[in-house]
Every structure is written in C-alpha cells, then in structure tokens.
Ligand binder design. Structure first.
Ligand code: FAD
Length: 466
C-alpha cells in the first residue's frame, strides 16, 4: 500500500516559499538535460574565514533535535552552545522509537525501557488484530522515557565539547550586516529550584531552533504557523499482574469515540503504561476522547492509579518557512511529525543532525562563516529524503481515519501479513520498502474491497441512523 501510494506522490516536494535555490559550483556540470531542474552550481568556498576562534552556533532546546544537533556540531569543530530551559524536562510523549534510531544514534540499550514486539490494532467495534508476526527475532519498537533519552543525548553533546546552558531563550537581535553576529537574550538559571535566573546575552554566528512546537526561534524569524493536534496522555501505574500483559505489547484504538482524526494508545513504559489520544479537529473534546480511550482499555488497566496527566501540541505539517539567514528550524519547531502515526522523535533527532552536518560542512569544520545557502542544503536533503513518507502517511490518514466503517476496513487490512511487513519495515527502518508487484496488486484489490464494504456499511448505518 505504502509503495503504491508513494509512486503518486514523488515530486510533491517543495513548498512555494522554499523553492530549490541555485548555488554556484566550480566544477563544470554535465550537459545531461536531467541536470537542469536541480542545477547545483557550487563555488570553491568564498565565505570569509573566521579568525582567532571557530564558528559559534547556538542550539535552542535540548530535546532529541537539539541534543543530536549539538553533538554533531561539537564533534565537527564548531563552538557549540546548547540552551535548555529545563534540564529534567519530561516531554509529554508516548516515547516509541524505531529500531533504526537505536543503531543510527548509537543509543545504549539500557535507556530503552521496553521492547515492543506485539501490537494490537483495535477497531471501533473492538475487533483486535495482532500485528508484529512478521518481525524478525532481533526487531522491536523501542519505548523510552523522554527525560532519560533527552538527558542522555544532551550529556553526549557535552562530552563531545558542547557548552550546555540551563537557560530560557527569550529573543534574538538580527545581525546588522552580512557577517555580524546574532545577539541572543536569555535567562540563565543556576539549577536551584525556584531561582529567578540572571538575564544574559550571547553573540553567535548561526542559530538552530530546536525548541519544540511553541518555538520562540520560529516566532523570531516569522516562520509562520502550522495547524496542530493536541495530544493528551495519562501515565497510569497498573497492578503488576496487569503489567505482564503489556510487557512487550502496545495497543492502538481507532474509532469516533477515541478520536475523530487520530488514534488512542496504550504504550508500556518502565513500570507503568501511557494511555493517550489526540485530535486536530475537535480539540475542545480531548478529555472526552481520553475517557473513551481509558474505557476501551478498562479491563486491562483496572485498578490503575494515575501518576501524571500531560498534554502538548503536535505539529501537523512543516512551517511555511524553516530558514532565514543563518537561522534554521529542526524537529517539532520545523513541524516534522508524521500524520497518521504522530511520530516525531526520530525525525527530530535526524533533522537536528542533518542541519548540523550542513553547518559543519559549509563552515569547513568551523573555520569559515556560513550563509543561508549552506543551511539550505539541509532543507533540500531533508525534503528529498522524507517528503514522500509524510505525503503517504497524510493520504493514509485521510482515507482510513475519516469514519468508523473506513477504520473497520483499515483494521481488517492490518491483518494482512504483507501489509504488516511493509508497515513495520517502513516504520522500523525509515525507508520506503520496494513492494512485490503481485502482492501490491492483491493488496490494492483487497483494499478497494475493504473500502467498498466500508462505504456500503456506512450507507446502511446512515439509513438506520446509527
Ligand atoms: C502526548 C504525545 C505523545 C507522543 N508520542 C510520540 C511517540 O510515541 N513517538 C514519537 O516518535 N513521537 C511522539 N510524539 C511526538 C514527539 O514528542 C515530538 O515530535 C518530539 O519530542 C520532537 O522533539 P524536538 O526535540 O523537536 O522537540 P521537544 O521534544 O519538544 O524539545 C524541545 C526542547 O526545547 C526546550 N525549550 C522550549 N522552549 C525553550 C526556550 N525558550 N528556551 C530554552 N529551551 C526551550 C524544551 O524544554 C524541550 O526540552 C508525541 C507527542 C505528544 C505530545
């Protein structure tokens, strides 16, 4: 399914505000006509060398995007400052990460609380389909606590030379002329609870905005708004015998009751479960949807005690602008959460790293000044790599989350081994898996069959006014 849908969406990559740009290249380019649209003309570097110091870059926000960005910058020879307002921040989050993140970011296994190898997809009429049978013995979805993951990534950035500051970024003054510094205004805390902090300023050559969905950096560069979902989650300590059921199992509930446009979840954490849901279209009803999610899982979480209640926005699409001068946005600040699955941790870390790599490369390991064109290479690479994934998940959400009959069809489809394999491979490894043409065709026919049944069912239900 993913591969079929994907083929139609390759090419829908750039927003109008961020058209491909052209830089000057020293080497003559091939006369091949296919080069015309992506003509990259790169000069030998002409940007000035920085003298007496290395390039200075501030990363605002110490979540997965900021931690990964700061580590890469520091390793690459850039003088790096990571500003995080709350060192023990426990970001409201399900904490599910794909297997490839563990390898790509070299995460130690002891920060992964649970290895999920079984998933139940539960339809509006409570038909449960087990998915995960196609997983190989070493494959799993990792479940982390964000306070643990974020701190680990920040510490690693620090060990590699980044200066980590406990501070609240307030605003920045833009440079007066070409190479002048950005002046950041922030409040620095001394780590003691209740402290009001000290107002400070700092001069840097470039800024990475990794400060999440309510990004102040985005506001400072007039990046524009995005539509967002509100996600609500309760952390519930359930009796030990009930926890056994969730040891390596996660549940996803779909239905109008749990969310008109998303799904409800029960994810296992170290010693509790996270129960949550989200919506874009009916934000005012989020508590009602949360109650319904809890009700659907009630037998399995009976006797549970709520430890923490949390809510946070989830971006629905990238901001109209993700780059201005020597300032770039990454992670949630840029708007990199996928629809349908609501996944953003991997994309945050990956975009932070990609943006930092562009700066390291553009500055020749911190020796030269960077400019907007250097940072833009990150956006181009990002869009080229991930835009199709976002589009496919957007379409899947529109097709399958729009009504209860469509959701029944979706769950029915999930029983198919081929669908499970394609879905898990795409999720775990973040690559679009080439399909098997015969299986794709069978799947297309089955999907149409499911949707036709779903529509017929809906018409029948409308007739009897259900
Ligand atoms: C309820 C819920 C469940 C979710 N479940 C999942 C899931 O299971 N799997 C998944 O992949 N994604 C999930 N997501 C999405 C995921 O949480 C985000 O996509 C991810 O956290 C983005 O990382 P980030 O580093 O870009 O931003 P954030 O994680 O939001 O980090 C931003 C950091 O910046 C700091 N900050 C903010 N403003 C300032 C400032 N002015 N000065 C200094 N520091 C500042 C914050 O304290 C924070 O540490 C979920 C989201 C929600 C709300």
């Amino acid at each position: 399914m993913a591969s079929i849908a994907l083929k139609s969406f390759i090419g829908l990559r750039q927003t109008a505000a961020e058209k491909p740009h052209f830089t000057i290249q020293a080497k003559p380019i091939s006369p091949n006509p296919s080069n015309h649209r992506t003509l990259q003309v790169k000069a030998a570097k002409t940007s000035p060398k920085v003298t007496g110091r290395n390039l200075r870059v501030a990363v605002i926000g110490g979540g997965p995007a900021g931690g990964a960005a700061a580590e890469t910058l520091a390793k690459g020879g850039v003088e790096t400052f990571l500003i995080e307002r709350k060192m023990d921040n426990c970001k409201p989050c399900g904490g599910a990460i794909p297997l490839c993140m563990v390898g790509e970011f070299n995460l130690p296994l002891d920060i992964i609380d649970r290895r999920v190898t079984k998933m139940k997809m539960i339809s509006p009429s409570n038909v449960a389909v087990d998915i995960g049978q196609t997983l190989k013995p070493h494959e799993y979805i990792g479940m982390v606590r964000r306070e643990v993951l974020d701190q680990y990534l920040r510490n690693r950035a620090s060990e590699n030379g980044a200066t980590v500051i406990n501070g609240l970024f307030l605003k920045m003054d833009k440079p007066g002329d070409g190479e002048a510094p950005y002046v950041l205004h922030y409040t620095e805390y001394d780590g003691k609870a209740g402290g009001i902090g000290v107002k400070k300023t700092m001069e840097v050559d470039a800024v990475i905005g990794a400060d999440g969905a309510n990004s102040r950096v985005a506001k400072n560069i007039d990046a524009g708004d995005y539509e967002y979902a509100i996600a609500f989650q309760e952390r519930i300590k359930i009796p030990d015998d009930k926890m056994v059921y969730y040891e390596n199992l996660a549940e996803m509930y779909v239905g109008d009751d749990v969310s008109p446009d998303f799904y409800g979840w029960v994810f296992p954490k170290c010693d509790h479960v996270a129960v949550g849901t989200g919506t874009v279209t009916h934000k005012g009803d989020i508590k009602k949807f949360q109650l319904a999610t809890r009700n659907r899982a009630k037998d399995k979480i009976l006797g549970g005690k709520i430890l923490r209640v949390e809510a946070h926005p989830i971006p629905e699409h990238p901001r109209p602008r993700r780059l201005a001068g020597r300032v770039a946005l990454v992670g949630d600040a840029a708007g990199y959460v996928t629809k349908c699955s609501g996944e953003g941790i991997y994309f945050a870390a990956k975009s932070g790293r990609m943006c930092a790599e562009a700066i390291v490369e553009g500055s020749e390991n911190g020796k030269r000044m960077v400019n907007e064109a250097d940072l833009r290479t990150y956006l181009e690479k990002w869009d080229k790599t991930y835009w199709p994934t976002y589009k496919v998940l957007d379409v899947l959400q529109k097709v399958f989350y729009r009504s209860n009959p469509a959701r029944e069809a979706f769950v029915e489809m999930c029983a198919d081994e081929y669908v499970q394999k394609m879905t898990f491979d795409s999720y775990l490894y973040k690559r679009v898996v080439p399909g098997n043409p015969w299986e794709d065709l069978k799947l297309a026919v089955n999907t149409i069959g499911s949707l036709v049944r779903a529509n017929a069912l809906r018409r029948e239900m409308e007739k009897i006014n259900v």
